[in-house]
Write a protein that binds this ligand. Sequence first.
Ligand SMILES: NC(=O)C1=CN([C@@H]2O[C@H](COP(=O)(O)OP(=O)(O)OC[C@H]3O[C@@H](n4cnc5c(N)ncnc54)[C@H](O)[C@@H]3O)[C@@H](O)[C@H]2O)C=CC1
Length: 371
Amino acid sequence: MGNLSRLLKESWTLVEEHQDKVAGYFYARMFLSNPELRSLFPVHMDVQRARLLGAIVTAVQTLDDPERFDEYLRALGRDHRKFHVGPEHYQGVGEALLEALRTFAGEYWGVEYEQAWSDAYAVISKKMMAGAEADTNPPFWHAEVVSHERRSRDIAVLSLRPLQHPLAYRAGQYVSVEAPRYRPRLWRTYSIANAPRKDGTLDFHVRALGAGWVSSALVRRVQPGDLLRLAAPMGTMTLDRKSNRDVVCVAGGTGLAPIKALVEELARYNRSRWVHVFYGAKDREDLYDLADLEKLAARHPWLSVVPACSEDASFPGERGNINEIVARYGPWIDHDFFVSGSPTMVKATLRTLAELQVPPLRIRYDALGEP
Ligand SMILES: NC(=O)C1=CN([C@@H]2O[C@H](COP(=O)(O)OP(=O)(O)OC[C@H]3O[C@@H](n4cnc5c(N)ncnc54)[C@H](O)[C@@H]3O)[C@@H](O)[C@H]2O)C=CC1
């Protein structure tokens, strides 16, 4: 580990416990120096708070992996154009960040840490600005809801058509979505659930859960004809066309969305790679897209689908958490992996794959929901 990376990790432990407070302080400071930004960010900042801290933590943790760091930050810069964040704002943001860290780190904060964060922020902001500047797309797209289908009590599949400009993306990527009519200025990320289509339409799989305000509006209130807004595509969970290894996809719940897009993409050109999809849900009602997946498997002999339920004792198929099911079907030493689901599901699956000795470089996942 490099010295900078060590200093960042070390100093982060001083504030880690107070993440919420650091974020609150940071935003208050930033809006004080850039009041014009306040009206563009959500009234309730919780989601954005988590996102900022997630971004910092990811940047800090991936400093040893320059390529991932680079694309992640460029995408973050493009994504922030939706808040009209421009090059003139970055200095004030950096000052607010350092002040927030200094305030909450306590007596162990020192010159070395201050310098490390300042250097890291210089790299971060340069990459974010470069990403934003190179982006010739609009800061966000208006998209019309063309269909809305309830698939279970709290899951819906929506189809959207971007107006005016096409939205170019790669299968497996995700975008921030806003429902201005119902939840103005609140953006949440969702994966695009289909490979790019000629008519430009995009599918989303959404589950309304607890306090998920945007998700509950998307499931329970949004109707065909409504206008939503979408920001720049992000994420690195995409196919490597040069790989000829067989593929294993592990999906938990609506984490199926990007996996479905990848399978559709493979269906356009794949002839030689076996593709195994493990699809986990709590009960059979939650296997909301199984019928579609089975249709795809019937059409493509290289595709197999294994559904599993973790809380449905009479399900006539595999039962258990999806990572355990994957382990039962191995060995998987020579496969490419795609993993998508809740953060705890992703973690559990990564642990299982490590036990199965799958090389980490063959595993793709996006920490969606965290950053
Ligand atoms: N909607 C979207 O576009 C996307 C959603 N996601 C994320 O996927 C998640 C989906 O949530 P739900 O549908 O509520 O799924 P869920 O909580 O009902 O879980 C579905 C399955 O995932 C597995 N699982 C869950 N927790 C686990 C754990 N701790 N260890 C091992 N396996 C576990 C189990 O097999 C379970 O049956 C959300 O966190 C969402 O943020 C991820 C990518 C895209």
